[in-house]
Design a binder for this molecule. Structure first.
Ligand code: RB5
Length: 151
């Protein structure tokens, strides 16, 4: 399984720890930056990771900024992306089960590293529930962002 990951300057340290963890567990990681503390703009990184997922350069994506809010908003502007901002493992489980999220967002300034690692594990191991209600709502999301046409 290949995972794309991107972040802004607020999340370099957390991103590096998550990459280290994932690689040690055998995942292939596509690191899309940034890797320095120099200030950058999260919309660029949210979009970059989203496009990697849509282009199937990776099976799913992880984006991290200070709060996770800006970079999740950015990713969710890319049609076909369902990026869940998660602050605990319950969010992670439910955004997979209910939203079939193809991207995970977290906040490096608002979530501790150990919780972030648990969130990543929960996100990666939880399948979509395949419930009829959830499938219908995901199709409605695709209608909203125009990606249904491409299905
Ligand atoms: C950067 O200072 C900060 O605004 C960004 O990381 C994020 O929290 C935005 O939502």
């Amino acid at each position: 399984m290949k995972i794309a990951i991107a972040n802004d300057h607020a999340a370099v340290a957390m991103k590096k720890e998550i990459v280290k963890m994932l690689e040690s567990e055998g995942y292939e990681v596509l690191n899309l930056g940034t890797d320095t503390d120099a200030s950058v703009d999260y919309p660029f990184y949210g979009e970059k990771c989203a496009k990697a997922v849509l282009n199937k350069d990776a099976d799913c994506g992880i984006v991290i900024c200070g709060t996770g809010i800006g970079i999740s908003i950015s990713a969710n502007k890319v049609p076909g992306i369902r990026c869940g901002l998660c602050k605990d493992v319950t969010d992670a489980r439910l955004t997979r089960e209910h939203n079939d999220a193809n991207m995970l967002a977290m906040g490096a300034r608002t979530t501790g590293l150990e919780t972030a690692k648990d969130i990543v594990h929960e996100f990666l191991k939880t399948p979509f529930s395949n419930g009829a209600n959830h499938i219908r709502r995901i199709h409605e999301l695709a209608e909203l962002d125009g990606s249904a046409k491409a299905e």
